[in-house]
Design a protein around this ligand. Structure first.
Ligand SMILES: [Zn+2]
Ligand SMILES: [Zn+2]
Length: 177
């Protein structure tokens, strides 16, 4: 029985076809695994770097506004990890996600886990220093923003009923007028 051989375009070694995931693959199994590991390392480094930057920026802003601050770098990684890059406000999935304070720090919002979420750049820029309930009435917000969907996402994340979130938002809108 003759064994079919194939040369891997990455390691340049000629190997039996059994050492490939399929006859059409140009990398051998060993090389495919190695490149997958490289991708994961790169992805993890990017993810971590983004979380650390967002965390440091939030700490700086919290100090500037003199607001309560117990946000940890792990909190930010948690928020980013559970969002999978999905914007809490409009639902868009993006690589360019950012950390968002639901009640803006400039309006006395806390730099703490329950006040942060993951949003896209467009929503972050548009919401600026508005609280959620005020922002939803503004014409310059993205069309895809749905207050109810947003509240549902926040409630699911915190494991509470949507009424709890809604009451909190109303309270915040009153406090930070
Ligand atoms: Zn190879
Ligand atoms: Zn968005």
């Amino acid at each position: 029985m003759s064994t079919e051989l194939k040369t891997c375009t990455r390691c340049q070694q000629t190997k039996p076809i059994e050492e490939y995931y399929g006859a059409k693959r140009s990398y051998c199994i060993e090389c495919e695994r190695e490149t997958a590991r490289e991708r994961m390392r790169k992805y993890n480094a990017t993810f971590r770097g983004r979380a650390m930057t967002a965390w440091r920026d939030a700490k700086k802003a919290a100090a500037k506004y003199g607001v309560f601050d117990d946000l940890t770098a792990n909190d930010v990684m948690f928020v980013f990890a559970i969002s999978h890059g999905e914007c809490s406000y409009c639902g868009e999935v993006t690589d360019d996600y950012q950390l968002e304070h639901i009640v803006p720090l400039s309006k006395g919002g806390k730099n703490t886990l329950s006040n942060v979420t993951c949003v896209c750049k467009t929503c972050n820029r548009s919401k600026f220093n508005h609280d959620l309930l005020t922002w939803q009435d503004r014409s310059d917000r993205p069309d895809d923003f749905e207050i109810l969907t947003t509240i549902e996402r926040m409630a699911t994340r915190r494991g509470v009923h949507i009424e709890v979130i809604f009451e909190e938002l109303k309270e915040q809108a009153r406090e930070h007028k």
